[in-house]
Design a protein around this ligand. Structure first.
Ligand code: HEC
Length: 124
């Protein structure tokens, strides 16, 4: 086999490895991301109230920047006491508005959000 040919196989193998790894990430076996994990979850469970066209005067949580940027963002990188996680796992204070958010997600979904915050709230 020519040296060039062998080099080419090496590149192809490396590409397969990278692309394969990307697929694994998308399946959630590694660090969760906003794009692949958090956004779809919000769409399913949260945006009926926290969407751009909000129906209950709730805080908008539709885009990455609504959740992670600005003053007092609901999700703070590495901070497990962030409101985004807290409302989903802790008992609601008597004076807190809104539904009991713990009923809105299951354990796996709460764990996913926890892992995402712990990983620093990666975007994609
Ligand atoms: C039935 C409507 C409804 C749904 C569905 C809902 N929420 Fe809420 N949520 C509220 C209301 C009302 C409040 C109190 C007002 C506010 O702070 O926006 C609230 C408050 C919050 C807060 C506190 C905001 C803050 O900074 O103190 C967070 C975080 C939150 N919700 C996240 C979520 C997430 C995540 C989901 C989806 C798993 C969700 N909510 C689904 C109605 C809802």
């Amino acid at each position: 086999m020519s040296r060039e040919r062998r080099g080419l196989y090496g590149v192809v193998a490396l590409l397969a490895l990278i692309l394969g790894g990307g697929t694994l990430l998308a399946e959630g076996s590694s660090t969760p991301t906003w794009r692949d994990d958090i956004k779809p979850l919000l769409c399913k469970r949260c945006l009926s109230c926290h969407g751009e066209v909000s129906t209950m005067g709730c805080r908008v949580l539709e885009r990455y920047r609504d959740l992670c940027e600005g003053e007092q963002p609901p999700a703070r990188a590495g901070d497990l006491s962030s409101p985004f996680l807290r409302v989903l796992v802790e008992e609601q204070a008597a004076d807190e508005a809104g539904p009991d958010h713990r009923l809105l997600v299951d354990e796996d979904q709460a764990a996913l959000i926890e892992a995402w915050i712990q990983a620093g709230c990666p975007r994609d």
